[in-house]
Structures are given as structure tokens and as C-alpha cells.
Design a protein around this ligand. Structure first.
Ligand SMILES: [Zn+2]
Length: 378
């Protein structure tokens, strides 16, 4: 059944495919023999684009062996040299000496054995049983596994990973990337490589489509995909004669907002000190916007405040939520005067101050809640 929604963001495709191809090879690894030739038919391919994130993808089912990494038996001396230099740079730059690195989809260990020469502890996962057997015969630590969001990897967490020309085969790339992320240390890094669809577009490489490759990443859509699945992209380059997009990623960290608490306590202290200078219930607050309401509630000052002034008629006659102070119109300052007003009107604070100062002059003390704390005006 052809899929109708993006494999990465879930948005629908543009209504028309970008291109449709008839009678295409069934897969990159299927070669009929003389007996099966009569029954063999090509397949039709539709190249679709997500109307949300823009990722280009085939709408067909994955090939039966999509969990396996099948690489040409040998790589050229030029490729070998390129990989060794790349891995050495990666290990040096991200201080991975003696750390644990895993290759996701390691095939017959072609690249794993090169990484092993860089002074790191390597492991791999691979779904192809024969490839796993071969890797083990080469003394490589390889498990027979395919990564998904809930996969627990042996020897996890890893300090780094690499996944080379495998992500584009996956029917559920989000699950795979989240699975990788969950098996990394807090500051885990990785190399993610896919064929470069920017180059395919630029050079009009019409024959690049094959059902093995479900996803066709540009620099932009690769970044979006990685960002949506727990990674920040710290480097991204086109390599290997522009055929490959190579991204270096780092596991995202949760924001640290612990400073917010200290800022709140500082403001609370400044407000308490200011209010203590005046008679009980002789201080008003100006402003019933969301920030003012939050400050009143979080600093627990409600019992020291007479009322809250706000110019919006729909708030007047009501109470502040959570802290339960009456909200009144500005004219209350005349009928029930206070000694001080604390202005919490965000961008309008200076305007409110001018109005109060013009009307009451020195007969009233005024302070303004700023981003950095309490400013005492008079
Ligand atoms: Zn999408």
C-alpha cells in the first residue's frame, strides 16, 4: 500500500508525485535467473515530496532486506584513505580516544575495522546474519540487531556512533534515530551520512531512484530530521565528490533554568523590602497582565497589598487568580489612597509611571518591576 504521509514529520505529501517511473528494477539486490525470468516484472515508483518538511521520498514499501547493510565487497584505496582521515579527525576533535563507539548497520565491518584502528573501543550492530558471522570471525564485537526507539544496545551508553548510508533505507527513520539517541551518553556525538539529494537535483541524476532508498535527503531535510529526533547538527558538509552529505551531530541537552529560581527570590526580597517601608495595606500594584499575576502569586505578597489597578474594564471588579486580590480601576487611587504603587505593566510601565507621577507627584512612592529586578523611582 502506498503511504500518503511523510515518514519523518507526518505531514501529507503534495497531491501529485514529483516524478513517476514505470517498470523499474524491483531492488538493487534482486537479479532474476533464467528460471524466474518469465514471472519477473518491474515495479512502478512514485517520487513524492512532503508538503511540510519538504523531504522527498518514495511512497512504496521497503525492500524485504531493508534492515541489512549490504556494501560492495571492497572499497577503493581512495575511499579507505578518506575514511581513515575522517575517523581520525572525528576521534581527535571530539576527544574520543579509548571511548566507546558503535556503528549502526555495520555490514561486514568494512568501516568498523578502520574505526578500530583509531584508538577507540568499537562495537557494531547489523541485521544480516551472514555479515554478523563474518564480523565475529574478524574479532569485531557485533550484535545481530536493527535499531528502533526501544532497542537496548549491549554495552550502552556509547560516547559516539556512526551510521553511513543506511538512514535513507529506513521506513521509520524517527524510531531509529530516537533509538540511537537513547543509547548515547549525555554529550554523545555521531556521524550521520546519506546520499546527497541536493547534488542529484543539481545534476539531474534521473536514474538515482531505487526502492532500496526510501528517503532522499537534502542538507536542509537531513538537518530537520536530525533536529526532530533529539540531535543538534554541529557540522554538515558535502563529501566524497559531493555524493554524500556528512553531518556531525550531538545529542540535545535539556535546558537548565535553575537560575530562574534565584532571580525570583531576588525580586521577592526586593519587593518585601520596598513594601516594609509603608503602613500595612497601603501599597497597590498596577497591572493585571499575566506576568504581574504570576509575580503576585509566586512571591506570596498578596496579604501585604491593598488592591491591583488595571485599566482594562473587563478585569475591573474581578480578582487576581490564585492570589485573590481585588482588581480595580485607576480612580480607586483617589477614593482609597495608598502610600506606594508597584508598577508591573511590562512594556507600558514607563507610561504608567509618567501618568502616576504627573497626577500624584511626590505624594506617592513608585517602584517598577523590571527584567533585572525592582527599580525604585521615588
Ligand atoms: Zn515531512
Amino acid at each position: 500500500m502506498p503511504i500518503k504521509k511523510c515518514r519523518v514529520c507526518g505531514h501529507h505529501f503534495w497531491p501529485e508525485p514529483l516524478i513517476s517511473y514505470k517498470n523499474m528494477p524491483k531492488s538493487a539486490q534482486f537479479f532474476p535467473d533464467s528460471d524466474s525470468l518469465a514471472q519477473e516484472d518491474g515495479v512502478d515508483l512514485e517520487v513524492c515530496q512532503c508538503a511540510g518538511c519538504g523531504l522527498v521520498q518514495l511512497n512504496c514499501d521497503p525492500v524485504p532486506y531493508y534492515r541489512e547493510v549490504i556494501r560492495a565487497a571492497a572499497y577503493s584505496p581512495e575511499m579507505k584513505e578518506f575514511r581513515i582521515r575522517q575517523f581520525q579527525d572525528f576521534v581527535r576533535k571530539y576527544r574520543l580516544k579509548n571511548r566507546k563507539i558503535i556503528e549502526i548497520g555495520c555490514g561486514r565491518g568494512e568501516y568498523l575495522s578502520l574505526m578500530a584502528q583509531c584508538g577507540v573501543k568499537v562495537s557494531g550492530i547489523e541485521y544480516g546474519a551472514e555479515s554478523v558471522k563474518y564480523c565475529r570471525s574478524e574479532q569485531l564485537d557485533v550484535s545481530k540487531q536493527y535499531i528502533q526507539s526501544r532497542t537496548k544496545l549491549k554495552n550502552a551508553p556509547f560516547d559516539a556512533f556512526f551510521i553511513l548510508n543506511f538512514l535513507e533505507h529506513m521506513p521509520n527513520p524517527n524510531s531509529a534515530l530516537r533509538g540511537i539517541c537513547a543509547n548515547l551518553t549525555t554529550d554523545g556525538v555521531g556521524i550521520v551520512e546519506v546520499p546527497n539529494f541536493d547534488m542529484i537535483i543539481r545534476n539531474k541524476l534521473f536514474s538515482e531512484f531505487i526502492s532500496d532508498h526510501l528517503l532522499y535527503f537534502t542538507g536542509e531535510t537531513l538537518k530537520t530530521t536530525l533536529n526532530n529526533n533529539g540531535f543538534e547538527v554541529i557540522e554538515q558538509n558535502n563529501v566524497w565528490h559531493e555524493y554524500i552529505i556528512s553531518a556531525v551531530v550531538r545529542k540535545k541537552r535539556q535546558l537548565n533554568l535553575s537560575d530562574f529560581h534565584a532571580t525570583r527570590e531576588k525580586l521577592k526580597h526586593e519587593l518585601t523590602t520596598f513594601i516594609a517601608k509603608f503602613a500595612p495595606q497601603k501599597v497597590a500594584i498596577w497591572g493585571a497582565g499575566h506576568q504581574a499575576l504570576a509575580v503576585i502569586s509566586m512571591t506570596a505578597l498578596a496579604d501585604k497589598i491593598a488592591y491591583v489597578i488595571d485599566s482594562a474594564p473587563f478585569k475591573q471588579g474581578k480578582f487576581t487568580p490564585a492570589s485573590h486580590l481585588p482588581i480595580v480601576a485607576p480612580k480607586k487611587l483617589e477614593s482609597e489612597p495608598v502610600e506606594a504603587v508597584i508598577v508591573m505593566a511590562a512594556a507600558y510601565s514607563d507610561e504608567v509611571y509618567q501618568t502616576l507621577n504627573n497626577k500624584f507627584g511626590d505624594s506617592i512612592s513608585i517602584a517598577i518591576v523590571r527584567d533585572y529586578g525592582l527599580e525604585t523611582k521615588q
